[in-house]
Design a protein around this ligand. Sequence first.
Ligand code: ZN
Length: 261
Amino acid sequence: MQDIFLVVFSFLFGMAFGSFANVCIYRVPEKKSLWFPPSACPACGYRLRWNDNIPVVSYLMLGGKCRSCKAGISFQYPLVEMLTGFLFALVYLNFGFSLDTLFVFVITTVLVVITGIDYKTMIIPNGTVLVLIIIGVLYSGFRLVFPGMFISEITIWDPVIGFFAASIPLYLIAIASKGGMGGGDIKLMAAAGLFLGWKGVLLAMFIGSVAGAIVSLVLIAFKLRNRKDLIPFGPYLCFGIFLAANYAPGIIAWYLGLFSI
Ligand SMILES: [Zn+2]
C-alpha cells in the first residue's frame, strides 16, 4: 500500500520536473535564463499565477487556452509533464526507495529536455550535455566510494571505458558519413557512458539505433518523411539511455541467457 502511494508520488513529482523541463525546452535554445523572468503567455505577456502552473491540471482547467488572451497553449506542455511523470513512476518501480532513484530522476529530466530540444531544433546544446556529465561523474563517483548505499554496482572501468565505448564508434561514423551524425549525439553518448558504464552505453546505442531505424522506415513508408529529410537521432538515443539506465543488467542477462541453453 505504501508502495502504491510512493509510485503515485513519483508520478506527481515527475510532473513537476516535467513542468521545469518545459521551461528548459523553450528557453535553453534561445539562451534565456531558466529562473527569470517567471513564466508568461508568449502571445500577450500575461504572468502565470500559481494556479495557472499546476502540471496538466491547469491546462485542462483552462481548456488549453491562455486565461487572459485565450491564445492556444501548446500541447507540448501537458505532454512533457505526463511523460516525465510516467517515466519517474517507472524509475521508482525499478529502483524503489533508493539513492539510485534520485540520480535517475535527474538523469531522466535531462533526457526529456534533450529530447524536446533536439526534436524541435535538431541541436543538442552543450549545456545540457555538461549537466549530464556532472551527474554522471557524481553518480558513478558515489557508487564507487559508497557501493553499499546503491542498488546498481559498478567498477572503475565502467565510467572510464563507458565514456569512449559508444562515442568513438559514433565519431568514426560521423567522419565516414561526412555529417550524417551530429556532434551533439557523440557528446551525448560520451556523457551517458559515464553513468551507464560500457555495457550499458553500448546497449543504449543499440536500442537507440534500432528504434530510430524502425520509426524512420515507418515515417518514410507512410510518406510522412522523405528519404533525404534529416531526422534527429537524439530522442532515440535518449530513449535507449533511459532503458539502459533502468534495465541494462536485466536486458543483458536475458540476452546472454538466450545463448546459454
Ligand atoms: Zn495570453
